[in-house]
Design a protein around this ligand. Structure first.
Ligand code: FMN
Length: 181
């Protein structure tokens, strides 16, 4: 069964993770915007999507689902800055993924999570300005005024790189085991 990896990335972490998974498992890797994709996808038996999470939802999720023929075996790797060891951080992402695929009658076999990074150099001027403003606002609040979003902005601004080599190795191992079963 032919297996392929498709990524959707804005700042490069998902691209990097997709390339590493592809190298380790010897699967071809494509951007979701790749022109060759439609011809390749028709004879794939399994797709591993690797996509950046923005506001608790993978970017381009609708387009990823649209790419997927019915009855496809799907594995999803969601890449975000949150600590996905915490169930409450995983739940909204998991719900957005399963709901969107289910609407197209596709079952997602497994969802894995990896932490990524934020590259200020790759942000547009507007994104940079907004990010700095959110940081300044969050920083100015007292501890009991800060909500989850403020905590997230503070953490992301002060430590924008959570790239996770160990987590990646575990997922590669897990995907190998899933494929063998
Ligand atoms: C507008 C915006 C919203 C984001 N929302 C989330 C989020 O809800 N949860 C999360 O874990 N990370 C969030 N992030 C962080 C990205 O998921 C993180 O930077 C990830 O590494 C991006 O993957 P990429 O490098 O492949 O683009 C957000 C980043 C941006 C710019």
């Amino acid at each position: 069964m032919k297996k392929i990896i498709i990524y959707a990335s804005k700042y490069g972490s998902s691209t990097k993770y997709a390339a590493e998974i592809g190298k380790a498992l010897d699967y071809p890797v494509y951007s979701y915007q790749d022109k060759q994709l439609s011809s390749t996808i028709t004879d794939a038996g399994e797709i591993i999507f690797v996509a950046a999470v923005h506001i608790s939802k993978p970017i381009a999720l609708k387009k990823l689902v649209e790419l997927c023929p019915p009855n496809m075996n799907v594995t999803f790797v969601a890449v975000g800055l949150n600590d996905y060891n915490l169930a409450e951080k995983r739940t909204p992402v998991e719900e957005s993924i399963t709901k969107e695929f289910a609407a197209n009658n596709i079952k997602v076999n497994n969802i894995y999570y990896l932490r990524g990074s934020l590259d200020m150099k790759r942000m547009s001027l507007l994104e940079k300005t907004m990010f700095k403003k959110f940081y300044k606002d969050a920083k100015g609040k007292s501890d009991n005024q800060k909500n989850d979003g403020d905590q997230f902005i503070l953490e992301a601004y002060e430590n924008p790189d959570f790239s996770d080599v160990k987590g990646l190795e575990n997922i590669i191992q897990q995907i190998k085991t899933d494929s063998a079963s």
